[in-house]
Design a protein around this ligand. Structure first.
Ligand code: CA
Length: 224
């Protein structure tokens, strides 16, 4: 899952980004409203975390502009403005959730997970494909009841495949949702991670769940 964090206080932005990355999210940072719109136009993010008091264009302006352009990305407003009026205005302008500073990281993470579930994704917290189960809240993975240990990036790739189970996702889509702009690794990074995942979730089990769709990408097969 890839998040755009729009926050002009660098120290806070870095702290939030660090924590989100520890959770396996890919995170890009925008430090003003104009930059935020540029990023949101260029990449299909899963969630935007939006501060309201920003240089160049303030957060409400960014939100209205994105919605005007038809951008439907989930937006969580994160701001020190805690007046009821501001909350109502933010939600009316198309925000999906609102959290006021100071906040706890645990609550921010829980709200992000809740938003991702709302994104047309299963309402129950545990994602299941066949006998493979993924719990986004704890990031625990089991197959046929056996616990499987994944690195943060392996987990992020698997979770993205789970949210799109049955659908073909391209290497570019996976890369865009799992890695951020700071990433400068090999161009075959997705294939490398799919190989790691196959070793862990498919090698000792049947049926094989991760399918290669030639010329298109990968699909997590839903067994009948
Ligand atoms: Ca600010």
């Amino acid at each position: 899952m890839r998040i755009l964090l729009i926050e002009d206080e660098r120290g806070l932005a870095d702290a939030i980004a660090k924590r989100l990355r520890q959770e396996g999210y890919a995170v890009d940072l925008a430090f003003d409203g104009e930059e935020a719109i540029g990023f949101a136009d260029a990449v299909e993010y899963d969630v935007l975390i939006l501060d309201l008091m920003l240089p160049v264009r303030d957060g409400m302006n960014v939100l209205r502009e994105l919605r005007r352009r038809g951008n439907k990305t989930l937006v969580l407003i994160l701001t020190a403005r805690d007046g009821l009026k501001d909350k109502v205005a933010g939600l009316d302008a198309g925000a999906d959730d609102y959290l006021t500073k100071p906040f706890s990281f645990e609550e921010l993470l829980a709200r992000i997970r809740a938003l991702l579930r709302r994104k047309g994704l299963p309402q129950n917290t545990v994602l299941k494909v066949g006998d493979l189960e993924v719990n986004p809240a704890t990031r625990s993975v089991t197959r046929a009841g056996r616990r499987i240990f994944l690195t943060a990036k392996e987990y992020a790739v698997l979770e993205y495949l789970m949210y799109n189970s049955g659908l073909v996702v391209s290497r570019t889509q996976i890369e865009e949702h799992v890695w951020d702009y700071d990433f400068s690794g090999a161009s075959n990074i997705v294939d490398v991670y799919i190989r790691y995942l196959r070793r862990k979730i498919d090698q000792d089990f049947s049926p094989k769940l991760i399918e290669t769709v030639r010329g298109q990408g990968y699909r997590l097969r839903v067994p009948e």
